[in-house]
Design a protein around this ligand. Structure first.
Ligand code: SAH
Ligand code: DHB
Ligand code: MG
Length: 226
C-alpha cells in the first residue's frame, strides 16, 4: 500500500473540511520548538474528538495523556463556557508547553492540567462528579487500568475513546515483547468481556501511520439474576 496516498488523502481532508486553525498550528510549532515528540492526534482525528464531544453534549471531559495539549484544545473548544477538561500528564515539561498552548488558544479557563503519573491522579478525581467523555492517550501498557478507572468515573451513557489500539497490527501477537502492543491487546480481550462497555474499534491510516482507536459507551451495571 502506498502510504504517500494516505498522507495526500489526509491533506485533502484537511484542506476541504478543516478550516485554517492558527491556534492549533501554533501549538504544533511550539511543541516542535520544545522538542516534544510529534505524536499528537492528526488534525482530522482532533476534529473527530471535537465532534464526539459535541455529539453527546459533553460538559466534563477526562483526558489521560496531554503532551502539548493539541487534543486538549480540540476537546475544550467543544464544551460550553462552564465546561471542563481535566487532563493528566506525567511529564512536567510537556504539561508546561501544554499550559501555554491551551492558554494561547483561549481555552485556559476550561482546562485543568494535573501533573503526575495518571494512576496517581485518578483516585483524586473520585467524588468530583462523573465525566461525560474520556480520551485515553498516555502510556499504552496501562490502557486496561485506565479503562477500569474510566468506568469508575463514568455515568451510564458516558463515552470512552482509546487511542493507538492497533499499532501497525502489533496487537495481534500474543507473545509480543512490546508493552504498548500488549496493553492494547489486553484492552481488547478485557473490553470484549466487559458487560458495562459496548465498544468497537476502527483502524486508521494517514499522517500518523497505521493505527486505530476504540470507542465505547458505558452501559448500566447489570443486576445478576438469581
Ligand atoms: N493526547 C495528546 C498526545 C498524548 S502523547 C494529543 O493528541 O495531542 C502521550 C502523553 O502521555 C505524553 O505526553 C506522555 O508524557 C504522557 N504519559 C506517558 N505516561 C504517562 C502516565 N503514566 N501518566 C500520565 N501521562 C503519561
Ligand atoms: C505514541 C503515542 C501516542 O499517543 C500516539 O498517538 C502515537 C505514538 C508512542 O508513544 O509511540
Ligand atoms: Mg495517541
Amino acid at each position: 500500500m502506498d502510504s504517500t496516498l494516505w498522507d495526500e488523502m489526509d491533506a485533502f481532508i484537511a484542506e476541504t473540511l478543516l478550516p485554517a486553525d492558527p491556534a492549533l498550528d501554533a501549538a504544533i510549532e511550539a511543541n516542535r520548538a520544545a522538542g516534544l515528540p510529534a505524536i499528537d492526534v492528526s488534525p482530522a482525528q482532533g476534529k473527530l474528538l471535537h465532534l464526539f464531544a459535541r455529539m453527546i453534549g459533553a460538559r466534563r471531559v477526562l483526558e489521560i495523556g496531554t503532551l502539548g495539549g493539541y487534543s486538549t484544545i480540540c476537546l475544550a473548544r467543544a464544551l460550553p463556557g462552564d465546561g471542563l477538561v481535566v487532563t493528566l500528564e506525567a511529564d512536567a515539561d510537556h504539561a508546561a508547553v501544554a499550559r501555554k498552548n491551551i492558554d494561547a488558544a483561549g481555552q485556559g479557563a476550561k482546562v485543568d492540567i494535573r501533573v503526575g503519573p495518571a494512576l496517581h491522579s485518578l483516585p483524586g478525581l473520585e467524588g468530583e462528579g462523573a465525566f461525560d467523555l474520556f480520551f485515553i492517550d498516555a502510556d499504552k501498557a496501562n490502557i486496561p487500568a485506565y479503562v477500569d478507572w474510566a468506568l469508575r468515573l463514568a455515568r451510564v451513557g458516558s463515552v470512552i475513546v482509546v487511542d493507538n489500539v492497533v499499532r501497525k497490527g502489533d496487537v495481534l501477537d500474543p507473545a509480543s515483547e512490546n508493552a504498548d502492543a500488549q496493553g492494547a491487546r489486553r484492552f481488547f480481550l478485557e473490553a470484549g468481556r466487559q458487560v458495562r462497555l459496548c465498544a468497537t474499534a476502527i483502524q486508521t491510516v494517514g499522517v500518523k501511520g497505521w493505527d486505530g482507536f476504540a470507542i465505547g459507551i458505558v452501559e448500566k451495571p447489570v443486576t445478576p439474576r438469581r
